[in-house]
Design a binder for this molecule. Structure first.
Ligand code: PEP
Ligand code: MG
Length: 326
């Protein structure tokens, strides 16, 4: 067969679906931060957006956007996606996306869902805007940084109240809008079955999961060298989360950086990950790996790799997983 340069090979893949050699389809989604990122999503022929980081709409301005501004913004993204799903993550304020907190350790502080549940004056209008936007196309609502199921139940009850209020006001929304949670705190990964039984999907946020599991600040360059997606502890938490989703019959996605790194694609396929969400530019290469892999061949190898996590061995095993034909 004729060998094409890599960029031509990748371009040829644009309109090919992501399907493994043994016929298992995978959803390849993109992460976006602003509505204008949608052009790149469509160019990459992604299956939709797996992570819309809405906090960027709130940053670098004196006043937060109100419900109507958010509704207009989300609706414009939904329309641009032409029927592909949009996963809207509720505000992940605090930590690296600062809003003027003086907390000395913001990653462990009042961020994301903790902040939203404490200061509902921002959360309520956002939930209303997301639900109203769901009348215009497939929306999945995603909750960041859950660490216990009480938080989850508070959110679910708030969503329920919001739906009742919208109904009373005769404002349209999709009654069956999918609600999912990010698994990015080790405690949530260890108890993923409890989350899975109350949600429509899970999405693993490896950027934070790795930071919290290995106790390394993701924005501190001095401990960068310890940041390791292949640490056995991280791999076990990922596997537990995927298994919890499978047991509950719900899909499990990954939207941290690890999902867009082709070095880990076969590992994650072998673990049973259903959906990968990444920067649009990473998508063609990940698709190329998926389309040249067989899950049937990878699953037993990955199981064995996870059972034998002696130091130094994992990296070697990943290399051989990537080199050979499976
Ligand atoms: C993550 O933590 O992996 C994630 C996707 O969220 P963020 O990078 O926005 O914290
Ligand atoms: Mg995160």
């Amino acid at each position: 067969e004729q060998e094409y340069p890599r960029y031509i090979e990748l371009a040829r893949l644009t309109d090919t679906p992501a399907v493994t050699r043994d016929g298992v389809p995978n959803r390849l989604m993109t992460n976006i931060e602003l509505p204008e990122d949608i052009d790149a999503v469509n160019r990459a022929s992604a299956n939709g957006v797996g992570l819309y980081r809405t906090e960027f709409l709130f940053m670098n301005r004196p006043e937060p956007p109100d419900e109507d501004e958010q509704y207009d913004c989300y609706t414009s993204v939904i329309e641009a996606l032409k029927g592909k799903p949009l996963t809207i993550r509720t505000l992940d304020m605090g930590a690296d996306k600062q809003v003027g907190s003086s907390c000395s350790n913001p990653a462990l502080g009042l961020r994301a869902i903790r902040f939203s549940l404490k200061d509902r004056s921002q959360f309520r209008p956002q939930l209303r805007a997301i639900l109203r936007a769901s009348a215009h196309g497939p929306v999945r609502l995603m909750i960041p940084m859950l660490s216990n199921t009480q938080e989850l139940h508070q959110v679910l009850s708030l969503i329920n109240d919001t739906k009742i209020a919208l109904q009373r006001e005769s404002l349209a929304f999709a009654p069956d809008v999918k609600i999912g949670g990010m698994i990015e705190v080790p405690a949530a990964a260890l108890t993923a079955t409890d989350f899975a039984s109350h949600m429509d999907f899970l999405s693993i946020g490896t950027n934070d999961l790795i930071q919290y599991t290995l106790a390394i600040d993701r924005v501190d360059d001095e401990v960068n060298y310890l940041y390791d997606p292949l640490h056995p502890a991280v791999l076990r938490l990922i596997k537990m989360t995927i298994d919890a989703g499978k047991d509950a019959g719900i899909p499990v996605a990954m939207c941290g950086e690890m999902a867009g790194d082709p070095r880990y694609t076969r590992l994650l396929l072998g673990m049973g990950l259903d959906e990968f969400s990444m920067h649009p530019t990473a998508l063609p290469e990940v698709k190329r790996v998926i389309n040249s892999s067989s899950i049937k061949a990878l699953a037993p190898l990955v199981r064995e790799l996870l059972d034998n996590t002696r130091p130094g061995r994992i990296s070697e095993r990943i290399d051989s997983l990537n080199k050979n034909t499976y």
